[in-house]
Design a binder for this molecule. Structure first.
Ligand SMILES: NC(=O)c1ccc[n+]([C@@H]2O[C@H](COP(=O)([O-])OP(=O)(O)OC[C@H]3O[C@@H](n4cnc5c(N)ncnc54)[C@H](OP(=O)(O)O)[C@@H]3O)[C@@H](O)[C@H]2O)c1
Length: 249
């Protein structure tokens, strides 16, 4: 299974490392060009290439980008990818970072907006775990405290392939529905950045209140900023505290 990744930044670099540790061949690209990725390449064995090259001949393509990057990607970039390539959107929408996007503000899910930008279906996963937790909280299959991640997407067969990859990098997963329903795992959701177990995630996904997402997104951003330099458990606790005192671990 060949993997491409655009955006090996804060969380993208962790994804590259996790994929390499699991034995996947990975190529990666950013906006600054392959030379800027030499250090990460030496550390992980992932191959730095151009954005045009990274989409070609891969089975899975990770987009680990802030929303504001999509309009400046080369036009028609994904036309160079194989038809069967599974595209994974790891991004989130933060208006303070990405600028206001009217379609999302009017109710389009963040990943449905990404689909419109790149003209390809996507799967949404790994957007709801903080980078430090992704680096440190992975556990072998069957571990009692294994963290679970929601996966949204419209193709059940491809979703199964994505779930297998998530398992191989140390996490359980739960099918969170279609891309139209993927607001359940967007910032502000009670499943966002709280490192739930599979049972907890299944339960929480049933009760996400869409009308509270924006308010809770602001609260969890504030809570996260206060513990930005702390370990992942402290960050997870900060996110949990936004939703429910009882959820604190
Ligand atoms: N950080 C986390 O803990 C975390 C967790 C879950 C989800 N997310 C989401 O994942 C996305 C990335 O977050 P991050 O924190 O990793 O951001 P980041 O550290 O700023 O990294 C962004 C990456 O995207 C690349 N990039 C930006 N514009 C590009 C363009 N036009 N073409 C090609 N590459 C481009 C950057 O490369 P250059 O530096 O070369 O521009 C960099 O590698 C965001 O949507 C974020 O909300 C983050």
């Amino acid at each position: 299974m060949n993997i491409g990744l655009i955006g090996p930044g804060d969380i993208g670099a962790v994804i590259v490392k996790k994929l390499r540790d699991a034995g996947y061949p990975v190529k990666m690209a950013n906006s600054k060009g392959p030379d800027s990725l030499r250090e990460l390449a030496a550390k992980t064995g992932a191959i730095p290439v151009s954005v045009e090259e990274v989409v070609q001949d891969v089975d899975i393509l990770f987009l680990v980008l802030p929303q504001k990057a999509f309009p400046v990607l080369p036009k028609g970039l994904l036309n160079k990818a194989k038809k069967e390539t599974i595209v994974i959107d790891v991004g989130n929408y933060y208006p303070w970072r990405d600028g206001r996007i009217d379609e999302i503000e009017s109710g389009l899910t963040e990943s449905a907006w990404v689909e419109k930008q790149i003209r390809r279906p996507v799967f949404k996963v790994l957007n709801s775990i903080v980078a430090k937790a992704l680096a440190g909280a992975g556990r072998p299959t069957g571990s009692r405290d294994r963290v679970a991640l929601p996966i949204s997407g419209d193709n059940p067969k491809a979703k199964e392939i994505v779930a297998q990859l998530i398992d191989r990098i140390g996490f359980d997963s739960v099918d969170a529905g279609t891309i139209a329903e993927s607001w359940r795992q967007q910032p502000g959701s009670p499943v966002y950045c709280i490192n739930p177990t599979k049972e907890e995630l299944q339960q929480l996904l049933k009760n996400v209140d869409r009308s509270s997402l924006v308010t809770n997104r602001e609260k969890s951003t504030k809570a996260h900023r206060a513990v930005e330099n702390e370990d992942y458990q402290t960050q997870v606790n900060a996110h949990r505290s936004v939703h429910n005192e009882k959820m604190k671990q």
